[in-house]
Design a protein around this ligand. Sequence first.
Ligand SMILES: *[C@@H]1O[C@H](CO)[C@@H](O)[C@H](O)[C@H]1NC(C)=O
Ligand SMILES: *[C@@H]1O[C@H](CO)[C@@H](O)[C@H](O)[C@H]1NC(C)=O
Length: 394
Amino acid sequence: MLLLAIIQLLVISAVSAIYDVTRYGADRTGRVPCTDAIARAIKDAEIHGGGLIHFPSGRYLTGPIELKSNMVMDVGTGTIITFLDDPALYPPLDVTLPDGQRRSVPFTPLIRAWGQKNVGIRGNKVIFDGRGEIWWDRLPPPATRPIFVNFFDCHNVVLKGFTIKSSPMFNVNILHSSGIVIDGVRIRNPESYHGRGPNTDGINLVSVRKVHITGVDVATGDDCVVFNAWGYLKERVPTEDVLIENSYMSVGHGAISIGSVTAGGLRNITVRNCVIDGTTRGLDIKTNRQRGGTIENINYYNITMNRVRWEGIALIDLFNDNDPSWKPIGDQTPFIRNIRFDNIRGSCDRNPILVQGLPEAPIENIEISNTDIRSPQPIRLENSRNIVINGRRY
Ligand SMILES: *[C@@H]1O[C@H](CO)[C@@H](O)[C@H](O)[C@H]1NC(C)=O
Ligand SMILES: *[C@@H]1O[C@H](CO)[C@@H](O)[C@H](O)[C@H]1NC(C)=O
């Protein structure tokens, strides 16, 4: 599945022209802003059908960057790109894309591609610095701030080999897109900023298909990796066909989370060979009676979790809802079923396994094998059906 995106990227690298931003006037010492020079290089590439937007190794200072189809932002080894923090550079956007999809955000993202295909960012030991501290002080939560890397309605996306540091808001946020590879991306934000989380989700994906995440390393102030699926009334856009592997989550709320935006439904997600160190929750699926959707065919294999602060494994239908009484099944009733965990090991401080379904929609068909999560607390199962843990049926 992912081959497609990688092949496209190779094709772009092999056959396309190189648009060197310094030839369009970008300063590579990091002293002079080069927003306009980068935009000129991108415009020229766009007119000629795409290519590599090449940043020779150095330092750059810029405002927002918008990528187009058949284009790879190709950043030289060791480069640091710092994003200017003047809010006037990031005005609100409200756009209708060629396929009719509407997108509006309160701030222009730092790097974006909307409604494009075959588009990527690649580097080696590259740092993107969002100067988040200034934004967090200026607009503390619950205010919103600009998203760092934002792809919407895109097909064939490759993100490879860069570190995002100090993101104003979400770090990587991809919505309504397919054919996505995220490889060797590192994310570094403080765990807590003046005692508050600055909404810095590491990798936040919404209604995406055919996704491969490998070798990512996330330490941040909100969920490390989170899969959502948007839906409203009859329009529901699922997240499906996802693999995340060989990754490391060291600081954050949920290490690998599904939900709480679930109305579009999420299915066929595999998580394997990952290490979790000291996050708040380990592997969690969370939703509630306002969120809806079906979450099914989710597989977790070979996960080590060390010193998770709350639950190791948590499947929760009462996220931000304290009413465990029976309610009639409706449009927004969530269903969680067919979830498998094999070889999950480590320790946590609260319930090693928490399954909290609804009386009208129990969580069902959960198989947990070869699993040993040490904890001072017991396993807790509520409103669940057909749960098998290490060979014993509950
Ligand atoms: C999901 O997995 C099931 C069972 O393995 C398979 O039949 C189905 O085609 C998959 N669907 C998608 C969208 O990947
Ligand atoms: C889990 O780890 C074992 C031992 O390293 C390996 O043989 C197996 O293929 C892994 N499972 C998956 C699904 O990757």
